[in-house]
Write a protein that binds this ligand. Sequence first.
Ligand code: ASN
Length: 484
Amino acid sequence: MELYENTASGLHTLFVEKKASAVEIAEAHLARIEAVDERVGAFLTVTKEEALARAAEQDRKLAAGEPLGALSGVPVAVKDNICTKGVRTTCASKMLHNFTPPYDATVADKLREAGAVMVGKTNMDEFAMGSSCETSHFKKTHNPRDLECVPGGSSGGSAAAVAAGEVPLALGSDTGGSIRQPAALCGVVGLKPTYGAVSRYGLVAFASSLDQIGPFARTADDTALLLDAIKGRDTHDATSAHREQAPVAGTLDGNVKGLRIGIPQAYYGDGVDDAVKTQVLDTARALEQAGAALVDVSLSSTRYALPTYYILACAEASSNLARFDGVKYGYRTEHYDDLLSLYENSRSEGFGDEVKRRIMLGTFVLSSGYYDAYYHKAKLTQNLIRGEYDAAFGACDVILTPTSPVTAFKIGERTADPLQMYAADICTVPVNIAGLPAVSLPCGEVDGLPVGLQFIGRKFEERTILNAAKAVEQICGTAVPAAL
Ligand SMILES: NC(=O)C[C@H](N)C(=O)O
């Protein structure tokens, strides 16, 4: 077995048992990136020198008998909307093409403390707006399971990097599905933690009430390992939860005896591909065989979730992205006569079409005269959706749905129609609206492409959904790097 085919926990063990040095592990993954990334396009920046230096530091610590972290020696990739001190952080936008943060996001700090070796920054939809990675200003990422297909989005680069074996772990961010949907399309595991479980300090904000940083991996155990490393209270983020979060890594056994799994009909309706439905429901029945109980739950307000999300997310984005004005940092136009034309031209030239569309939609729904009709109504609907989840969790412990209504689609197939692209988020946005944790993992294939299923949990019950994910792995097998 090649080094890059190992899981994160496998690599960590090889490292602490001195069977492979951190530098050897980093070199093996850098070599894999070198070999496949021209075709996959997962990375915007590869931090080879920094990675080798960080790896050498871990080797020195091990040799000196100094304390190690839970991720010591493990390569990891970071989505390019997470600030990394001294390493370009572009959000895949022309607007930030030249932005090098002077500080680390809390999660980047925590990775370093845990001994992880960051090997680079990954491609994404511009400012995390998209479901296919095609709105990146720089390049398209290809799905390692089929290079003609999209990897999903917006964290498509992170999902593709893990699926291609370029890294065992990666960080993404999820506002309406941006971790789970690409995880589903690339056939890897992706977790959106409970809102507030992981600090957002240093994450370039898209929709602050919905954004969450979370892990990608190829197994449920590795996902838990990375989650444990990044979660916890952070005084730099006012929305960070005031509570102890128990470690999840090492506690998963995949035992689902007595687990009540809710099946909401609303997630298996029109627009969800029949073959995807069948694959997910077959897995549900296999879980029943393993001792779980399947129960019907009602989440009928799901039909309002997409419009609610696209109103709330765009409203917040229009406010958050107001800071990119060409004055303090980021792209500045060469054509201006006064302050107003500096703003106008910098923003017109610096943002791509999808970002502009959302800023305009968001400005509209917040504008005087329309606020009540759109934004206020969306906030009311958010309460409705939250209430329905609360009621459903009275009858079940986890909710099982498809992650994406379809498997990976061809590059270019959906770019002409933004509404068709937004429809890719139908199964994932309700979870962000309610602030709940959810995980996506592969459960077989349709026509050679992975199908993702999603477990949604109660707030801060990441362990419960990851344990259910482990049970699915015991039925369907775990993800392995794509043959490239
Ligand atoms: N950012 C996300 O979570 C992805 C979602 N598809 C969006 O475009 O808003």
